[in-house]
Design a protein around this ligand. Structure first.
Ligand SMILES: [Zn+2]
Length: 133
């Protein structure tokens, strides 16, 4: 994950001192995004207070932007790192119409949903425009 922070480039919509925001290529949950720390660390308690505050603030700002664009019924915030031990938030807009509503997104299997290149780019632009405000 350290080496692919900005990849794929067309999915990236946010960068700050601490973190990079990009869409999950799987858009089953419309707006599902990752916010990844820009250097390698595996636990929130291992980074400095200043960095942790910035990382959390970035996460909150990105979550708000996703909420404005996608109008979910609820935002989910998850920081797991079992499969990929490098600090990254899963920001998952949840909708009452999603098949896992009321449950964690990990609680069953589902089909992935890919968008066209054009739709990824449109989505990135929408999020960037909200973040700019
Ligand atoms: Zn790493």
């Amino acid at each position: 994950m350290c080496k692919s922070l900005r990849e794929p480039e067309h999915l990236v919509f946010f960068e700050s001192r601490c973190s990079i925001g990009k869409l999950n290529p799987d858009q089953y949950f419309r707006g599902y995004s990752f916010l990844t720390l820009k250097w390698h660390s595996e636990e929130l308690y291992e980074i400095s207070d200043r960095d942790r505050k910035s990382f959390l603030e970035d996460m909150s700002n990105v979550a708000r932007a996703l909420s404005v664009v996608f109008k979910p019924d609820k935002m989910n915030y998850e920081l797991l790192g079992n499969g990929m031990p490098h600090l990254h938030w899963h920001l998952v807009p949840r909708y009452q119409t999603d098949s896992f509503w009321g449950r964690p997104i990990w609680s069953g299997s589902r089909a992935r949903k890919r968008l066209t290149r054009e739709d990824y780019e449109k989505t990135v632009t929408l999020i960037k425009n909200v973040l700019r405000k």
